[in-house]
Design a protein around this ligand. Structure first.
Ligand code: SAM
Length: 559
């Protein structure tokens, strides 16, 4: 889109990120116009609204175009993930408390609190927005010494409690930001009856009191002055809840993930087919940028996704209910076929185990206990039967995915599950996404070693998966890495088939350069917003190389 520069009137492409209404031919004219006039007239294209069902949310106050920057903001607080799995809780490679790079437990420390650091002079240790927040409180702890029982190290250095402590200590130097944090939605009452609360009670709340806060409060009483005015078990549980509901996962370029809270970013409502997306800039203090993924109409809520786009409806809704404390009623959730993708559909076994060719779909997808019925014959199955089958299959998929399984094991499971599930079922997509990457890369399965049949299977799987993605992410702003991988593999299969076709006298099919080129160009466009991630960068490198190879090949042909 182009318009005339708001300052000098020439053709201009740069748009004011605030109101999205005024264009500029260069940043200097934008600056000058801001000072002279625009500052007083610039209005954001959205506002904070609220209702009883959702609480607060952001709503468009005018039409907003696709790819518009809605806002960019710094975090209120960042820190290690608040939800570590058992394996992560016992890892000897931990994030530096100053800068979150990997470091080995027991090698270097912050000299003041003795928590692990990448080096004793890591600049993040003295940064008042990073380790400076909690270091003063951590100093009350009694860390284990070299040679102590290894378990005592894991017991003492609980990284999943650090972000809660960081939020609590914000009140010391940033009381206004602490107020913003504590006012985020924590679903305290609902969470109180869950195992998350019980687990956090021991792992985080009791741990923080026993090791650091009790000694601090003892000193406060002795000295007659208070450092942490708000410091009780309920506040810590509220912080735990608001982290669970609001914290965003930030993927660092070193592959590690940390978490952050953002003032506006935390206000976006969930939708399984959202209209906006975000990226992080790790080189700029984890700045968050929210953009529109498609055109948005006036009055629409700005939405993002809190769950996995490629999970089936039941799984997504269960995750949202358990972890975010609400039931999603979006158009995708309300459609038994999930917008025609059949992502959760089961093959109907028909009457007397004679498959009818139809698919079992939930009668009322918005009911958690709905029975299912066939879209071709009268057979119905109960919610419990579906649950049993899908969770058994889920266990098998997790098992194969969770260990170093062979290609044969993947193939066998796909072959078996195709009898029960629609080809687009999300459990099959998980396996197929791995399989297309094994075909062509695993020992014994390099591209030139694959049979024509396997090569065609790889290509078919890629095309089928892309057709699902086209429905679930039509504007390509969410499933970007996932789609990038498929397109790269689709291109690889096509290149190999084309090579074979050239060496065969009678080729049945033609694999022209067009589809190959389209895959790569599409992947390049899709990955434009993934350049801040390590995986995105690596994938883009592979795509650029593949494009260069193709260019070189077409020059050879011309010569
Ligand atoms: C990240 S917060 C969003 C801001 C929140 N509404 C507030 O007032 O602070 C997530 C919470 O918002 C609510 N929410 C978000 N999306 C929703 C939706 N589609 N339907 C109902 N509630 C939703 C839920 O209470 C959820 O736990």
């Amino acid at each position: 889109m182009e318009s005339n520069c708001g300052f000098c009137g020439v053709q201009a492409k740069l748009k004011c990120a605030g109101c999205q209404q005024v264009y500029y031919c260069n940043p200097d004219h934008q600056k000058k116009h801001w000072k002279a006039k625009h500052k007083s007239e610039c209005v954001k294209p959205y506002e904070l609204a609220s209702n009883d069902e959702i609480g607060r949310f952001l709503m468009a106050t005018k039409a907003i175009q696709k790819d518009t920057v809605l806002f960019a903001e710094n975090p209120l607080v960042i820190g290690p993930k608040w939800n570590l799995d058992e394996y992560e809780q016992r890892s000897t490679v931990v994030p530096c408390v100053g800068c979150f790079t990997d470091c080995v437990l027991g090698q270097f420390f912050c000299e003041l609190c003795r928590w692990p650091a990448c080096r004793p002079d890591c600049p993040g240790l003295a940064n008042s927005n990073l380790h400076g927040l909690e270091c003063g409180v951590l100093r009350f702890g009694r860390p284990p010494k070299p040679g102590d029982d290894p378990q005592s190290f894991f017991d003492f250095y609980r990284y999943d409690a650090l972000l809660t402590l960081k939020c609590l200590t914000m009140q010391i130097h940033h009381p206004d930001l602490f107020d913003q944090i504590i006012n985020l939605e924590s679903h305290y009452d609902q969470r109180k009856s869950t195992h998350y609360y019980t687990d956090a009670d021991e792992r985080v709340v009791s741990y923080l009191f026993k090791n650091f806060l009790d000694p601090l409060q003892k000193l406060e009483r002795k000295e007659g002055k208070t450092v942490l005015k708000t410091c009780d078990r309920k506040t810590l549980h509220m912080i735990g809840g608001l982290l669970e509901v609001n914290a965003m996962v930030i993927p660092l370029t070193n592959g590690r993930e940390i978490c952050g809270l953002y003032p506006k970013g935390c206000m976006l409502e969930h939708n399984c087919m959202p209209n906006s997306f975000y990226t992080f800039d790790c080189s700029k203090g984890m700045k968050l940028t929210f953009k529109t993924g498609r055109d948005i109409q006036k009055g629409e809520h700005l939405t993002t996704t809190y769950t996995h786009s490629l999970w089936g409806t039941q799984l997504r809704r269960e995750h949202l209910k358990t972890n975010k404390y609400f039931t999603c009623r979006c158009t995708r959730c309300a459609d038994p076929t999930e917008l025609g993708t059949f992502l959760s559909a089961l093959r109907c076994m028909g009457m007397e185990n004679e498959p009818c060719g139809g698919f079992q779909l939930p009668i009322d997808p918005l009911s958690e206990t709905s029975d299912w019925k066939c879209n071709r014959c009268p057979v119905q199955i109960t919610h419990d039967q579906v649950n049993f089958l899908v969770s058994k299959i889920g266990e098998e998929v997790d098992d194969v995915m969770g260990r170093k399984s062979s290609v044969k094991e993947f193939e066998d499971l796909v072959f078996k599950l195709q009898n029960f599930l629609h080809q687009n079922h999300f459990h099959l997509l998980t396996l197929k996404h791995s399989l297309i990457q094994m075909y062509g890369h695993f020992p014994g399965y390099h591209l030139n070693e694959l049979s024509d049949e396997i090569l065609h299977t790889k290509l078919k799987m890629c095309r089928e998966m892309m057709s699902v993605i086209e429905v679930l992410d039509p504007e390509s702003f969410r499933l970007t890495l996932y789609a990038g991988v498929i397109l790269l593999e689709q291109h690889a299969a096509l290149v190999e088939l084309k090579r074979r076709q050239q060496s065969t006298v009678a080729a049945h099919e033609k694999y022209d350069l067009n589809e190959i080129l389209l895959c790569l160009l599409r992947a390049k466009t899709i990955l434009r917003n993934e350049m801040g991630t390590l995986q995105g960068k690596k994938l883009m490198e592979q795509i650029e190389n593949a494009l260069q190879n193709i260019e070189a090949q077409s020059h050879d042909v011309e010569r």
